[in-house]
Design a protein around this ligand. Sequence first.
Ligand code: 6PG
Length: 242
Amino acid sequence: MEEPVALVFEDTDKLAKGFSEFFMKLLDQKEGDFNVALSGGSTPKIWFDHLAENHRLDIDWNRVHLYWGDERCVPPDNNDSNYGMTKLHLIDPIQIPKTNIHRILGEKDPKEAASLYANVLLNNLTKDSIPIFDLVILGMGEDGHTASIFPKEIDLWNSDELCVVATHPTSGQQRISITGKVINNANSVAFLVAGENKTERVKEIFDDEPHAAYYPASQVKPIHGTLHWFLDVSAAKLINDD
Ligand code: 6PG
């Protein structure tokens, strides 16, 4: 794996702008379909708004296929749904073919939803046996979780499955998440992380502190691809420049 790249922005608006530029560069570098796994959380939401407002018309959305790295086990119109959030902030404002949207069916029985989504990934994104995303977008929680793999269930990261059922450690809400084998097989992985409450986790991961191994976010190491951290100054406060 190449060394991870950290890009630090003054605030979340600048982070969103910087990430849009990165996204469009990746799009330009590839011909044909571009398959991206989206994330839930507050920072992607700011990016969706930025994209919808500034790049609604200058991106060829026919080429972009939207997938999700994780989903809460709720119906799509529930406030907790990652698909629902994306629909409101990105899908509705842009013109993207319905056939380019590949959501996780959070309203189904969780095990069934995980297995159905694994089949979608296998059918659409596999040359051999592990799906290859052009880009996986991730957030990181204050506890070091990423996608919906939480520290308490870190074993799920190394699951043989492509998609698993996870449980939020405090709310008990069930989630569907892609696993480490899918994330680390992507051509490009990008974290969008902002806020003071992430500062310590970011530092521990960047300094490769022994404790960081308990954070699923520290396990993101694309085998053939690149890893970029898009951070705001608060989240990056304790990272060394060297
Ligand atoms: C989700 C996620 C999750 C999220 C982090 C960070 O569905 O909740 O995909 O992994 O990205 O919890 O969220 P924030 O950006 O809101 O801190």
